[in-house]
Structures are given as structure tokens and as C-alpha cells.
Design a protein around this ligand. Sequence first.
Ligand SMILES: Nc1nc2c(c(=O)[nH]1)N[C@H]1C(S)=C(S)[C@@H](COP(=O)(O)OP(=O)(O)OC[C@H]3O[C@@H](n4cnc5c(=O)[nH]c(N)nc54)[C@H](O)[C@@H]3O)O[C@H]1N2
Ligand SMILES: Nc1nc2c(c(=O)[nH]1)N[C@H]1C(S)=C(S)[C@@H](COP(=O)(O)OP(=O)(O)OC[C@H]3O[C@@H](n4cnc5c(=O)[nH]c(N)nc54)[C@H](O)[C@@H]3O)O[C@H]1N2
Ligand code: SF4
Ligand SMILES: [Mo]
Length: 782
Amino acid sequence: MEERVPGYCALCISHCGCTSIVEDGRLTAVEPDPAHPTGSAICIKAMAAPDLVYSSERLTSPLRRTTPKGDDNPNWEAISWDEALTEISSRVNAQAAADGPESVAFSVTTPSGTAIADSFPWVNRLAHAFGSPNTVFATENCNWHKDFMPQHTFGTPLGMPDYELSGCILLWGFNPSTSWLAQARAIKTARKNGTKLIVVDPRSAGFGKGADQWLRVRPGSDGILAMALASMLIENGWFDREFIRDWSNGPFLIRDDNDRFLTEADLIAGGSAESYVAWNSTLDRPVLYDTESATYRDPEGRIGLSGNHTIATIHGELHCRTAFQRYSETCREYSGPEIETVTGVSPTQLYETAKLIHQYGPLSYYTWTGTAQNTQATQTGRAMALLYALTGALDAAGGNTQFERPQLNNVFGHELLSETQRGKTLGLDERPLGPGTMGWISSRDLYSAISDGSPYPVKALISFGANPLLTKPAPHAADAALRKLDFHVHCDLFMNPSAANADIVLPVCSAWEREGLNAGFQISQQAEAYIQLRPAVVEPRGDSRSDEWIVFELAKHLGLGEQFFNGDHEAALRHQLEPSGVTLEALREAPRGIPLPLRTHYRKYRHQGFNTPSRRIELYSQVFLDSGYPPLPEFIVEPAKNSYYPLLLTSAKTVQYCHSQQRNLPLLRKSMPRPLIDIHPNTANVFGIAEHDEVVVTTDEGVMNAEARFNSSLAPDVLCSQYGWWQACNQLGIKGYAIEGRENGNYNNLISDKRIDPISSSNTLRHSYCKIKRRAEATTPQ
Ligand SMILES: Nc1nc2c(c(=O)[nH]1)N[C@H]1C(S)=C(S)[C@@H](COP(=O)(O)OP(=O)(O)OC[C@H]3O[C@@H](n4cnc5c(=O)[nH]c(N)nc54)[C@H](O)[C@@H]3O)O[C@H]1N2
Ligand SMILES: Nc1nc2c(c(=O)[nH]1)N[C@H]1C(S)=C(S)[C@@H](COP(=O)(O)OP(=O)(O)OC[C@H]3O[C@@H](n4cnc5c(=O)[nH]c(N)nc54)[C@H](O)[C@@H]3O)O[C@H]1N2
Ligand code: SF4
Ligand SMILES: [Mo]
């Protein structure tokens, strides 16, 4: 009997609406569901879903290792859930009693590239309820700069591009054709309707090919490019002056002597330190800004946006410049002709791009990991946000906006963690504006806490997926740290190398074997208004369970049941759903989802200002200054090239796989059998490399093997490689790759964890110097 079950694919952020075909209780195919707002297409990964669900390598029972860590054969023994949960809870509770709950860390795989998105808040809640401030995931290499720099600048995360109404779209280090199918479809439609397109990417991939401007940026120089582009807009008067004057902190005066905002407290004794000062150019005198009402105290006359003024204060005369003046001057520092060598973009192209932005508004933009993985990633996120502010399109129709979405109760449980515990978050002292503020720690900090006990020991780890040996820099550090753990639990669908030394492994079921709730499908108002409870399509394999079930059961065993609805999932769902006004019954009756009657409210700031300290867009950030960072984005203009490592290495995703997953699935492996490294044919020629040759890439950190693929869109001194390769595909008889050592195929061996972004601790996954040569003997496994 054939059944067609509606739902959405949960394998990545795109959440494409789909129909699962089930024959006699078995998933046989997945098809797009064109009636769904994200359902016009599915990718090859969803087509391979039956391979994934029925893979013979699936974990189907809780496992306990029976040999010491480090032994090549863990000799896993199958145990019952009760045994597993009892052992885990007694071990981690004992660990917390001995060294504090912070000595137990949690790890979670990416919600953008796995189906953990359904359970992500619950995993965070478990850590918080347990009292651990230490949860590690991909954020510093993934979304920190993209979501939290708009937050600092505009008071909201990066809104979605309102593609339908955009005049021009800017895709910056983001390739949705590979990474977010539903967004790619929305862009395609906008393009058909005449919307202009700018792509910033070292490769011409996806939309790069037909773009109105493709800026072949040098990896890692995006921040500088953003400043140069902003300078071009400002110099030509191609920005929304009124918007910046009325809605940013651009007019506020900054003291030259200490780089801080001039406030009323500087003007009169007992004045408010919260009240900023601007210059009224009609009356030619200072005017006070009242933060609470977000208005000037004296509304008559014009406020000056640029300029410098000497002001009489209680400290004597002070020289001040406006924040906008400071911003313009800083941008200008990155606008000279030498910038072409640094960014790879010519002044002419920069001019044409700026003109396009000016002529074809409203502009909307999206950026992601292309700009995330270098040591200046956070300030790059700031520089892009500031550039965007100049257009005045923020939260406007056709700009980046926060579409209205179904409201859910937040269950992350940040409130469950005490201030004292929060203060212990690893890395928070060193990086007070980093992911630590959200209770997320970097893998580097985790490894030093495990390996050196610094600043305090972490001895146990509970991982919900993730494969840091393949996805984070310095796999050797990860390996050493993971081996040293007293107790390590890993929950996954498949065994992975990062779990090789775990004490207990728990089997997780796939998204097709369990329900999942999604409120908002992001890519348009219509999609964002959609709420859906994806039904389970088939029974879970063996004894596998959902991550959420594992979290709830573990919580009960740990004595934390109360914070988890005493294990009652229905009650938890009802609690989540409450503010949406949609009942669980209604959702179950409508497995295709329910569109709520929500409408976009554009330019919300007109009523409430921005959610920032000044209630305006923060061009100049005193919050950054107070934390020891430049208040305006500043960048190291790269040092001269290293003659020993003459090439610059970056990486990108492939459509077939998410990160280190899915190489075992025949449909996908047939289509992408080996790790490829893209190289310009002229460069290949210089190094005596032919297309399809096996090559070895070397950095000062390590080596990696791959197959050369010619790509003449790259700059001659730039290489772009895949990552995440380790797994065999037994069904096709293809062997796996070593994680480390001479034969390895693991890109991240090339990357140091010492060179980091001082704000977020992102690293050089997309900005490392390297050399390449042909392998003398072709021994890379086939
Ligand atoms: N198929 C697939 N889809 C995925 C995922 C996956 O692994 N596979 N992962 C999901 C996740 S977790 C994420 S975060 C998103 C990421 O989605 P994207 O950010 O779109 O992913 P990438 O293709 O890795 O990177 C985008 C582009 O950045 C370019 N790039 C490389 N270096 C630089 C640089 O220095 N500057 C600029 N401007 N561009 C650069 C690359 O050439 C690439 O075209 O995708 C999600 N979707
Ligand atoms: N060189 C380089 N490295 C990168 C990147 C890059 O562009 N270049 N991108 C980075 C980015 S953006 C990200 S987000 C990270 C991702 O890094 P990770 O989160 O480590 O991602 P994966 O490699 O996909 O690891 C996923 C593991 O989780 C398991 N898994 C999949 N689904 C589930 C689930 O529903 N539940 C559970 N419990 N487990 C599941 C998989 O089987 C696999 O073992 O990688 C980063 N690493
Ligand atoms: S892009 Fe592919 S993997 Fe991602 S949700 Fe859509 S169909 Fe699934
Ligand atoms: Mo990511």
C-alpha cells in the first residue's frame, strides 16, 4: 500500500516542503510539495533519504565501550536504554558534585545542517538546567558574525531579504544554490522579475555566473571591501543621508581625547551620562538627545551629520567629531588604490557596484560562511551591517526585514542558569562580546579545559551529534582532548570519528522517524507565517530515539524532570505553541502546515526605535570600545605573501553533503566520489598538476590529500577545497579517508586553532596560506 505523507525535509536550514512516499511501511522516495511555501524543489540529499533511513550503518541500540579509551577496538556492547541513562546520570551527577556542573560540557551539531534544529533549544535547556554554562557548537565558524553583529548594530539579527520587492540583491559569501535551495528559488524568481544582483565570492559559483556584478574577492578581505564600498557610497553622496541622520547615532559627538560619546554629564555637573550630544547646525550649538524617548530635547533646526566641533565642557574645551564623521574617515582609510591588491576588486568595479546599489534600491543582502571563517570575521559582520545601514533600506519593503512569524515560547532556559554559573562560561573573560554571552563556547576553549585543566577542568562531555575532528581546526587537539575525557557520551545516527573514544553512544532516529515542529520557513512573509508539525513518516529504526526524547529522559534521570515537563512531550509542545494561538490538535490535523494571517510591519523602528543602547543604529559602538575592541570596524591590511606558502586557501560546501555527513549514501557518493580542490589551470600548470591529479596541500599546520579540479574563475593564487571527508561508502566499495597522517583527506588538518578572531574566536578555515604539489604516487584511497 502506498501512502503519501506531507512534511518538510529537515536535513538543512532550507526546510523544503516535501511529500514522503511510504510503501508498506517503508520510505521509498521523497518528492517536492509545490503547494508548500518552500516546496518547489528538493535537492539530491532529500532524494537519498531512503538510503539514510535504511543504511545498515545506522546505530540502533545504546552502546557501551568495553575496552580502554585509545584502544582501536572499543568492542561496543549493546545495552538497554535504562542501563545507559542510569549510568550516564550517575556519572555526570558525580562529576558535577566533585568539580561543579561546569566541569560537564555539552556539545551539539549544527541546526543549519542537520535535523537537530528540532531539538536544539532542548539541548541548550538541558545544559542550563544542569548548571553547565559550557555548550559547544559551530557558531564561531558559522553564524556569529552574521546574526550577532546586526544585533549589536541594529538591535535585531540579520533580517531576511524581502526578495519579492528588492531592487537589488547582494549575496556576500553565501551560495544558496548549494546551501539553501528555497532561498535560491526566491532569488531566481526575483531575477526573472528584473531584480539586480551583486555576488561577492572568490569563485564564480551558483548565482555568481549571471550576476550584474561578481566581485572576485580575495578570501578574508571582505571587511576591507565593505569599508571601501561604504566609502564609495559616502564620497558620491549615494547613501540615505536623512535615514542615517534621523535613525543612526551618526550625528552624536565623540570626544577626540578619549573616543567616548560626549554626554550631558560632560556639559553640566549632574547631567545625564545617558544623554548624547549632537550639533544643531541651524542654531550653531550643541543639542541633547534623550535616549529614553529617542528624540532631541530641542527639536528646532537641523542636526549636523558630519563635522567637528570644539565644545565647552566641565573639563574645559573638548574637540569632538560626529560618529558619522569618524565612520567616514575610517572608511576612507580603506579606499586607496592599494585596496585592489588586498581585495582583488578594482576601483572601477567598486564604483560600478556602488552605483548599482545606489540606482537600484531597495537593497537586500545575505551573507554567511564565506565571511565567517577568518580572524576578522566579527568586524567583517559589523562592516557589512554598517554598509547596509547606509542604504536606508533596513526593515523597509524590499530590504532586510523581520517578517512576522508564529510566536513560540522560548525554551532555551537561559534563566535556569545562575549568574555565578554564567560567569564561568569558558572564554567569556577573554571575549566578553563573543558567543560566551549566549552560553556557547569555542572548541579551542573546551580542549584546553579538558587537556590542561585551564582555566578549570572539564572532565565529561555529552554530545548531540557533531564531528569536531572533521569540522573544527586542529583535529589533533580535538582528538587528544576527547581521549582525555573521564566520561564521554555521544548521540548520533551513525558512528563518527569524534565518537571513537566515547564511553557510551546513543542511537538517534532520523527526521523521517519522528515529529518535528517548525514555526516560520523564513524566505518570504508567506513562508515565515507558516507553522507545521512534521509527522513521523516511518517507525524508528531499532531502538533509536529522537534527540528530544533523549534530552527529556536524561533530564528525568538527572533529577531535572520538572524543567522538562516530567518527560511529557505533548505538554512541552503545548507550552511551546501557546503564544502562537495554534493548538496541537489543529497542527496534527493539518500535517501540511497552517498559514497564519500575518502581515509584515515595515520600518518598525519608527514606533519603537532600535533595540540598541542609543535606540538608534550604532554606527559607532561604545559597547565595543568598553570591551577593548575598535568601536568602528578596523582591519589588518594583510601582510605581504609568504614565499614558502604562496597560495591562499579557502573552502566551500557541496550540494551533495552537509559538512562531514552522508558520504556513506550511494546516491550521493556516486555524484561526488572524492574530495576535490579547485585550482586555476594556469597555477596547476606552474606546479605541474594536471586535472584529476592527486595533490597534497600543505600549510604550516599540516597536510591534506585531494583531487585537483580546474576552475578558471578563481584568482590564480587562490585554492578552494572541500572538507568533511572521512567516511567510506561500503555499498559502493569506496574506502574512507584517514583523519590524520600522510594519507588523510581532512581539510581541517591544515588549519591552526591558534590564529583566532579576538571577538568571536572564529579561525582561518577560509584564510590560510598553503602550497600544493602533485602526489608522487597516487595512493589516496579510491
Ligand atoms: N549542501 C549543503 N547545504 C548546507 C550545508 C552543507 O554543509 N551542505 N550547511 C548548512 C550550514 S550549517 C550553513 S552555515 C550554510 C552555509 O551556507 P553558505 O555560506 O552559502 O556555504 P558555503 O558554500 O560554504 O559558502 C558560501 C560561499 O563562500 C565563498 N567563499 C569562500 N571564501 C570566501 C571569502 O573569503 N569571502 C567571500 N565573500 N566568500 C567566500 C565560497 O566560494 C562559497 O561559494 O549552509 C547550510 N546548508
Ligand atoms: N573547513 C571547513 N570546516 C567547516 C566549515 C567550512 O565551511 N569549512 N563549515 C563549518 C560550519 S558552517 C558548521 S555549521 C560546522 C558543522 O559542524 P558539525 O556540527 O560537526 O557538523 P557535521 O559534520 O555535519 O556533524 C554532524 C554529526 O552529527 C550527526 N547528526 C546529523 N543529524 C543529527 C541529528 O538530528 N541528531 C544528532 N544527535 N546527530 C545528528 C551526523 O551523523 C554527524 O555525525 O562545520 C564547520 N566546519
Ligand atoms: S536543500 Fe535539500 S537537504 Fe536542505 S531541506 Fe531542502 S531538500 Fe532537504
Ligand atoms: Mo553552519
